[in-house]
Ligand binder design. Structure first.
Ligand SMILES: Nc1ncnc2c1ncn2[C@@H]1O[C@H](COP(=O)(O)OP(=O)(O)O)[C@@H](O)[C@H]1O
Ligand SMILES: [Mg+2]
Length: 266
């Protein structure tokens, strides 16, 4: 087997990663890889380490040992100052910490470009409007996040995650709290973004039916390590845990619906 770290079709590879929080060991010698430009769905029981995996790849936390290769470079060995370059290529759409409440949608998207690039005001405005257009929020640029519905907020968060045209997009529960129509809309947008910008996309969600429809590859986190394959291979798996995780595929396991357009949000 050729090493994943030198294989151009592999964007991200973990080798022997160990991650503990205090005495709680979440990852034991985890080895897995993610295909460039594809959508990989990460499945696993609650507490299996899905969010931790995304935070490790996003460089928000570091493992105790092991390597995390992004485009062939082990980011666990980088100094904090060099992590900045790596993070710029990674868009994150996480459940918490999305938009700043006190500034407009436009300014939320422009902010990273002002901070991290020397682009002109005109170029920044072009980029912001291009991304807002892509997520169907062209008319919402002057609104504050608090004035958006749940579905619009998720779309704004997606637009901000991709404002710097990252090579990698990490999404943790992008559908949670949304009504079925908004789920469909975010699903379509994620597929569109993946294709338009050829982003390597990692997706964690308990909306199993939706994500299995979107997946090019599936990675299942188990206590004994990671299992990966195509959606078809996963559906044909005899493994009881995988069978159990996919049984939600029939129902999509939607538990927390919030009507689009409603002002109520936490
Ligand atoms: N910052 C942290 N401090 C302590 N424990 C944590 C922290 N982050 C995650 N954990 C623990 O690690 C395990 C995996 O968490 P997580 O990756 O969030 O699981 P998942 O997203 O698959 O539900 C859980 O037992 C969780 O309590
Ligand atoms: Mg999680």
């Amino acid at each position: 087997m050729k090493s994943a770290r030198n294989d151009k079709s592999v964007a991200i590879a973990l080798e022997g990663v160990n991650m503990s929080f205090g005495t709680r060991r979440v990852m034991h010698d985890l080895t897995c890889e993610f295909a460039r430009g594809k959508i990989t769905v990460i499945l696993g029981g609650s507490g299996s380490g899905k969010s931790t995996l995304l935070r490790l790849i996003g460089g928000l936390i570091r493992p105790q040992s092991g390597a995390i290769y992004i485009d062939g470079r082990d980011v666990t060995k980088l100094a904090e100052s060099d992590m900045y370059d790596v993070r710029r290529d990674i868009g994150m759409m996480f459940q918490h910490g999305a938009l700043l409440d006190s500034i407009s949608v436009f300014d939320n998207l422009a902010f990273p470009l002002h901070e991290h690039t020397d682009m002109s005001e005109d170029d920044i405005a072009d980029e912001v409007r291009d991304r807002l257009d892509a997520v169907g929020l062209a008319n919402a640029e002057d609104l504050l996040p608090g004035q958006l519905s749940g579905g619009m907020l998720k779309r704004a968060a997606l637009a901000r995650a991709i404002i710097q045209r990252p090579k990698i997009l990490l999404c943790d529960e992008p559908f949670s709290g949304l009504d079925p129509i908004s789920v469909k809309r975010i699903e379509a947008l994620l597929l569109q973004v993946n294709q338009r910008y050829e982003m390597t996309t990692l997706l964690v969600s308990h909306h199993v039916a939706t994500t299995m429809r979107m997946a090019n590859h599936v990675l299942v986190l188990k206590a004994s390590g990671a299992v990966s394959g195509s959606p078809e291979e996963m559906r044909a798996s005899a493994d009881p845990l995988i069978h159990n995780l996919l049984s939600d595929e029939l129902t999509d396991n939607i538990d927390d619906i919030e009507p689009e357009g409603g002002a109520a949000r936490a």
